[in-house]
Design a protein around this ligand. Structure first.
Ligand code: GRF
Length: 222
């Protein structure tokens, strides 16, 4: 499967894909596209000897579709891409564009919800769990069908920075897993959690709970 990655920023998720999707893996990154000439992701592409393309006009659907066709992309991955993908590209690559978002959609998503704003909103809500979501891209920001999610604990004393770092570390595993599964299946497939998703935190639970042995989950009502 030939993968195009769209990125606007530093590109650590791109790097995770570059590290995972190389021969003999069933998926290879063939081009990295950015709206920003200063995106660190472009440099990562060049280091990996992969084509790096800067869009002249990110709103020009014909331009982006042309690049994706030129590189014969089977799958398009938005990895920290901050611009809306033009509708004609979404239509032309229906069910073949995925995005990674750093919170558990459908909460904490939508226009303007990116970067630290997402983690600030999670902390302000009092949620005890966050984590990345991979979803299919549709015409509206962050609203397409969910492909995979990975819960990550919110810890007492978390700041947007500490929570972002914990979620990002998991993103680097989740996104390659989704891409490899798509390559094996010949199209985007939902991933379901298998095995234990939680272990007990070493610190006592904040609301009158007790520390549980690793591998058990207790509900708040118990
Ligand atoms: C990630 O947190 C991703 O979820 C969001 O943008 C960030 C990109 O980080 N969409 P990086 O550029 O991959 O380091």
């Amino acid at each position: 499967m030939r993968v195009a990655v769209l990125a606007s920023g530093g590109g650590t998720n791109l790097q995770a894909l570059l590290d995972t999707c190389r021969e003999p893996a069933p998926a290879q990154v063939v081009v990295v596209v950015s709206n920003s000439p200063t995106a660190g992701a472009l440099e990562r592409a060049r280091q990996a000897k992969i084509a790096a393309v800067v869009l002249r006009d990110h709103q020009d659907g014909a331009e982006l579709a042309g690049v994706l066709r030129e590189y014969r992309a089977d799958l398009v991955v938005l990895a920290g891409y901050l611009k809306l993908v033009p509708g004609e590209v979404v239509a032309a690559f229906r069910d073949r564009i995925i995005n990674i978002h750093p919170a558990l959609l459908p909460s904490f998503g939508g226009k303007g919800m990116y970067g630290h704003r997402v983690h600030e909103a999670v902390l302000a809500s009092g949620a005890t769990v966050s984590g990345p979501t991979v979803h299919v891209v549709t015409a509206a920001y962050d609203r397409g069908p969910i492909v995979a999610q990975w819960p990550v604990p919110v810890r007492p004393g978390d700041t947007p920075d500490t929570l972002a770092a914990r979620v990002l570390a998991v993103e680097h595993q989740l996104l390659p897993a989704v891409v490899l599964a798509a390559a094996r299946a010949g199209g985007v497939v939902r991933l379901l959690a298998a095995g234990p998703a939680f272990t007990a935190a070493p610190e006592p639970a904040p609301v009158g709970g007790s520390v549980e042995p690793a591998g058990t989950i207790r509900s708040q009502e118990e």
